[in-house]
Design a protein around this ligand. Structure first.
Ligand SMILES: Nc1ncnc2c1ncn2[C@@H]1O[C@H](COP(=O)(O)OP(=O)(O)OP(=O)(O)O)[C@@H](O)[C@H]1O
Ligand SMILES: [Mg+2]
Length: 229
């Protein structure tokens, strides 16, 4: 059972964008893939985009089990509808998907310390699923701090950080940016697994993955290993 939990340094950084590029690259390599957005809040359609990228007719009850209207954390958005996210239900859905796939990609909501349910943060779900983390980060100013904080929060909980992928939701470039990947790799003792340029045409996704993601390295790092404890 192979897979990864895609998180980011913040909401709106590019988790779904990167996940779709990676899924399609895996499909091109002949892998049977699955994807999951355990909890979607607000207007997004991440679950549908992920399902489409797998090229399969995944059961939406498994691939996107929870959906809440207000754009807030899963815990708050569920509470607004007098509901609670059940981590057991998400875990069962994940196992059902993963049992029928070579690679299963799970996309969190926001970043690692976003509340999922009372007493449960998104990082706890990643730990529960036993998946290595792929951290999607902005290329721009502020990313070193946010990415190192994310790595530290993950490691404190014994999660394996597979590496960091940069993407650009906007095409502005700052003067400092060239030094960010090396700073993160060395201070965070982690791999940089790709850096996507800003593109204006989503049809370029396939080409982007092949040119700018270390797809084969990522797939190797996504092999689920026994938990340290
Ligand atoms: N390399 C890129 N080129 C062009 N647009 C990009 C790129 N990376 C990300 N984006 C855009 O940035 C926006 C945010 O990306 P995305 O929806 O993947 O973020 P997210 O982290 O999944 O957000 P959420 O927390 O809502 O799930 C989207 O409009 C996406 O298309
Ligand atoms: Mg998303």
């Amino acid at each position: 059972m192979n897979g990864a939990f895609i998180t980011a340094t913040d909401t709106g950084v590019g988790k779904t964008f990167v996940a779709c590029a990676l899924l399609r690259a895996a499909v091109r390599r002949g892998l049977r893939v699955a994807a999951m957005k355990p909890c979607e809040t607000g207007e997004g359609d991440d679950g549908e985009r992920l399902i489409a990228a797998t090229g399969r007719a995944l059961d939406p009850n498994l691939a996107r089990p929870y959906r809440f209207a207000i754009p807030a954390s899963p815990e708050a958005a569920a509470a607004a509808e007098h509901a609670t996210v059940d981590v057991d239900r998400i875990t069962s859905a994940f196992h059902a998907l993963a049992a029928d796939a070579d690679l299963t990609i799970v996309e969190g909501a926001g970043g690692l310390l976003v509340p999922l349910a009372p007493g449960v943060l998104m990082v706890d779900l990643a730990a529960r699923l036993g998946l290595p983390l792929l951290i999607v980060a902005r290329a721009s100013l502020g990313t070193v701090n946010h990415t190192l904080l994310t790595i530290e929060a993950a490691r404190r909980r014994d999660l394996r950080v597979a590496g960091v992928i940069f993407t650009r939701a906007s095409d502005s470039h700052g003067a400092d940016e060239a030094t960010n990947p090396l700073a993160i790799a060395t201070h965070g003792k982690t791999h940089i697994l790709g850096a996507l340029p800003h593109v204006t045409d989503a049809a370029q996704l396939d080409e982007l993955a092949e040119r700018f993601l270390l797809v084969d390295d990522i797939l190797k790092l996504c092999q689920i290993q026994p938990r340290a404890r």
